[in-house]
Design a protein around this ligand. Structure first.
Ligand code: PEP
Ligand code: CO
Length: 452
């Protein structure tokens, strides 16, 4: 790999999954404008996340990364954003309680607008149009105008990302995430959830501990009121990422200032490809999705190219095999990492390897498979002597019906009631909270087993 890196050096490599815009002048105009607009995040936030991820890789923290498969421009609404924050906060509370570790909260939001597709085109009733690639690139309705790749959408998605982040920051600064007031995050249907009582018990127990510590200290524990949220998205559309890649005063290196924590998707993790070239040069903490197509040889090359100095917190490997493939696929890759002697953060995405279709052709995921993959992941890491330090979940704070199973026993026949995702099926509020409770229970059992 050549040592010469610049924000545009990826252009000399093969870039898959990129838009093909009809007018190149309009692309230049949009990228130029984007490059002038202020950044969405700052380098010190990025560095602070990197040091937290380093602690997670060392076994001292746990990463909760979650959100929609894809955000949409229309759904940039206050209720939707607040609901996503609420469910992530509730899950993190449950995880703090069960893991006894500080949780790093990272949303798949404020920029998750581009999707990789297996087919470039889609045909309906004899008409063939470009596939929908996410609102950063084109629009969902099946018309020529909507499906044509439009560079202006980079600006629209950037603006929506800024609006989303602005609202999240205001909510957090205003005390929305204050641990003294978990009732701020109650979602309307919390009372109806079969798991509500278990959740309430955890909330009360955390409230008691907080009051106890504050009584001892004779003052309120300020630090604990502050909850940080970080952003992440798949760094897929390289022109968009490049336009926000900047140098900042008093620091060396280049930062992608469109998000704190970008990741390389499974389909674009080719060591010879443009995505790996772009990612190797940015100073952000980065992640790579690895699944059944990943080989030991490729992974070793990725570790060389993306994690050459073993910088703490730099690299997270998000494994996503599926409940039926993880037992065979993951252990050799863990061994490959161990051989390099480098430290990475391992995170389990139990969603993307478990997508299936119902008899009617609807994309869904089964809660039992999601849970089974996580449980196996804990066991595999335990046997390998490595630490599973995070989970990556597609979820929403809304009452959708996209994944089957869970305590309420959602069946295939129920999916049509509130199926809203245009891309992958997400866990709804109850299923997400239930998953967090089960993960917390599992970790707490593992912790007590290791103490005895
Ligand atoms: C995703 O995270 O939505 C995705 C497409 O994942 P993967 O790259 O793991 O398939
Ligand atoms: Co997805």
């Amino acid at each position: 790999m050549s040592q010469c890196w610049s924000p545009t050096s990826w252009r000399s490599r093969k870039a898959t999954q990129q838009p093909s815009y009809p007018c190149l002048e309009a692309v230049d105009r949009a990228v130029e404008q984007l490059a002038k607009l202020p950044p969405l995040v700052t380098s010190w936030e990025i560095e602070s996340l990197k040091s937290q991820l380093a602690e997670a890789a060392a076994g001292q923290r746990f990463l909760l990364q979650g959100g929609d498969c894809a955000e949409s421009l229309e759904e940039c609404e206050s209720s939707n954003i607040a609901a996503k924050l609420k469910i992530l906060l509730q899950m993190s509370l449950v995880l703090v309680h069960g893991t006894r570790k500080r949780i790093i909260r990272v949303g798949r939001f404020a920029g998750q607008y581009a999707k990789p597709r297996s087919e470039d085109t889609e045909t309906r009733d004899g008409v063939t149009l470009p596939s929908y690639r996410g609102d950063l690139i084109n629009r969902l309705p099946f018309t020529e105008a909507d499906r044509t790749h439009n560079p202006e959408l980079m600006l629209r998605a950037y603006e929506r990302s800024a609006l989303t982040l602005n609202f999240i920051r205001s909510l957090i600064d205003g005390g929305f995430a204050d641990l003294h007031h978990p009732e701020y995050w109650d979602l309307a249907f919390v009372e109806h959830s079969p798991r509500a009582a278990e959740y309430q018990r955890i909330v009360e127990s955390i409230g008691d501990s907080l009051r106890f510590m504050e009584t001892l200290a004779g003052t309120s524990i300020g630090e604990i009121n502050r909850v940080d949220f970080y952003t992440s998205h798949e760094g897929l559309h390289l022109l968009y990422e490049q336009a926000q890649t900047r140098q900042v005063p008093r620091r060396t290196g280049w930062y992608n200032l469109a998000t704190h924590f970008p990741w390389i998707g499974m389909r674009t993790a080719d060591p010879d490809g443009a995505h790996v070239e772009y990612f190797r040069g940015i100073a952000n903490p980065i992640a790579v999705k690895i699944g059944p197509t990943m080989t030991r040889e490729i992974l070793l090359r990725l570790l060389d190219d993306l994690h050459p100095d073993d910088e703490p917190g730099r690299l997270t490997l998000i494994h996503r095999f599926g409940a039926h493939k993880i037992a065979k696929g993951l252990p050799p890759l863990i061994e490959a990492v161990k051989e390099t002697g480098k430290t990475v953060l391992f995170c389990c995405d139990p969603m993307h390897g478990n997508t299936q279709r119902t008899a009617n052709g609807v994309k869904t995921r089964n809660f039992d498979h999601i849970l089974a993959e996580i449980e196996q992941a804990f066991e595999i890491h335990d046997n390998a002597g490595t630490y599973l330090g995070g989970v990556h979940i597609e979820l929403t704070g809304e009452d959708v019906t996209e994944c089957v199973g869970g305590a309420r026993g959602l069946a295939e026949a129920d999916l049509s009631r509130a199926y809203k995702s245009q891309v992958d099926p997400r866990l709804n509020y109850e299923q997400a909270l239930e998953l967090a409770l089960l993960i917390a229970r599992r970790v707490s059992q593992m912790n007590s087993a290791s103490r005895t």
